[in-house]
Design a protein around this ligand. Structure first.
Ligand code: GDP
Length: 458
């Protein structure tokens, strides 16, 4: 077992390291109440669940702190066990002393994610919901927050549990047929099974397709800003981020490094990458920068291709956009041509470009809002993320892909009238993968990998 024990009483600081105004210490397990009660100025053994109590915590020598103790009695607690939360003052000394005191009175220091593991083991949440807690804590945009909340409330796990139960019934019926193999009977209705499998393939394909959008929402949509030296890339990045992060200069080729920063547009997180100017060069440092630019372009979902309209001719610009689109943009990337320095050259001079991109002035910030709206549009329609189920977790995505492969095998097997024992093998495999997502089937190794990536106290 990768966790030492799942029955004893554990304790950890749940707030971030360092000194805040207050800190929260969690104690969970059979002895949580008796341990904290023995240190507290009030007897907690008989108090009602979900109550908070103000009092003092003492060690052998002195009063350590005045605290508020909140009592949650199992099974009606986050972990499903008796859970006590102590809100103490945020001094690091108090926090450490308090934890040591609780440990010396019979608790054990919790490992990473151990409170969440217990919530999972006591069936307070399925595995994908537990994973959503980690996402919720890490969420730093409205869209990512929505997705994590959605998943924490049950998300697609409920649906997967239902189809898994249906498949289990079919597997049982088909396996029953095997016991009567001499008699050529069919307990499992093949038409119904075919229908179920077809529905599942449709649904699971949608879910696995949603990973692309889920992943960018969770990690931020990568946007590359590219263009010739002096086109205004750094100025644009600064204008978007509203700070002087990149070095702006009038000597071509000064932005040698890839600069990355994040910003929120309408609650969606974008990661902006300002790349070294793309042009032919013999300067070694610049070559490195340019190679990195191509790498960044490949990794981006959205590419802003920037032109300086005070120095470039419109036919040439159109030609370059077309060339870039053909050579460097893949089907799942969005290209937004941006015509910069509008303040020095009227849009009227560039009628041919009118429908090919956005005119802006990075310097005067003219039309930046239009550009932001274009970027938001290019990222996809996030407005519906609250209602549709979106996969954000790479582990779930991988398992859904495996599910699809085995479901397609069942479908083919049904078409070819495969014998029951072979069908049942594929059905069992699908059931297994579905169970791994929700945690109905999990080995210690999988649990270990998931929970050890959590912080201590979570
Ligand atoms: P980069 O090499 O593409 O990163 O270009 P910079 O952002 O360093 O800008 C090059 C020069 O163009 C600087 O002198 C900027 O002040 C100037 N510049 C950038 N954007 C604009 C703009 O919208 N209008 C005008 N007039 N100048 C700009």
């Amino acid at each position: 077992m990768f966790f030492q024990n799942t029955e004893d009483t554990i304790c950890a600081i749940s707030t971030p390291a360092g000194a805040g105004a207050i800190a929260l210490i969690r104690v969970s397990g059979d002895k949580a109440l008796s341990i904290v009660s023995s240190l507290f100025s009030k007897n907690l053994l008989q108090v009602a669940s979900h109550t908070a109590h103000f009092g003092r915590i003492k060690n052998q020598i002195e009063i350590l702190d005045e605290v508020v103790v909140t009592v949650f009695k199992g099974p009606h607690s986050f972990t499903g066990e008796d859970l006590v939360e102590i809100s103490c003052h945020g001094s690091r000394y108090i926090q450490t002393e308090l934890v040591n005191l609780i440990i010396s009175n019979g608790a054990r220091a919790a490992g990473p994610g151990e409170f969440s593991l217990r919530a999972f083991l006591h069936k307070k949440m399925d595995l994908s919901q537990t994973e959503a807690i980690a996402d919720l804590i890490a969420a730093n945009s409205r869209a990512a927050h929505k997705l994590a909340m959605n998943q924490m409330r049950g998300g697609f796990a409920n649906e997967l549990q239902n189809v898994r139960a249906n498949l289990l019934e079919f597997a049982a019926l088909i396996e029953l047929e095997l016991d009567f193999s001499q008699e050529d009977v069919e307990f499992a209705d093949r038409t119904q099974l075919r229908q179920l499998v077809a529905n599942m393939i449709e649904r699971i394909s949608k879910l696995s397709d949603s990973f692309r959008i889920g992943n960018v929402i969770k990690n931020g949509v990568p946007v590359a800003i590219i263009g010739a030296p002096n086109a205004g890339k750094s100025t644009l990045l600064n204008a978007l981020l509203n700070e002087d992060k990149a070095i702006v200069s009038e000597i071509p080729g000064t932005t040698r490094d890839v600069i990355e920063d994040v910003m929120l547009i309408d609650g969606v997180e974008f990661r902006f990458i300002d790349t070294a100017g793309i042009r032919e060069t013999s300067d070694r440092i610049e070559i490195l920068g340019i190679e990195r630019s191509f790498e960044q372009i490949r990794k981006s979902s959205i590419i802003l291709l920037l032109f300086d309209i005070t120095t470039e001719k419109e036919d040439k610009i159109l030609e370059r956009i077309q060339q870039f689109r053909n050579q460097s943009v893949s089907a799942d990337q969005a290209l937004i041509p941006v015509f910069n320095k509008q303040d020095e050259s009227s849009e009227e001079n560039f009628k041919k470009l009118k429908d090919s991109g956005v005119f802006i002035s990075a310097k005067t910030k003219e039309n930046l809002n239009d550009l932001k709206q274009q970027i938001l549009k290019a990222a996809g329609d996030f407005s519906d993320t609250q209602n549709s189920l979106i996969v954000t977790n790479a582990r779930h995505y991988e398992l859904l892909c495996k599910c699809l492969i085995s479901l397609e095998r069942i479908q083919l097997g049904l078409q070819d009238n495969l014998p029951g024992d072979l069908l049942s093998q594929d059905i069992r495999e699908t059931i297994h993968y579905l169970g791994e997502i929700t945690g109905e089937i999990t080995g210690d190794e999988i649990l270990g990998a998931i929970f050890s990536s959590f912080c201590i106290g979570k």
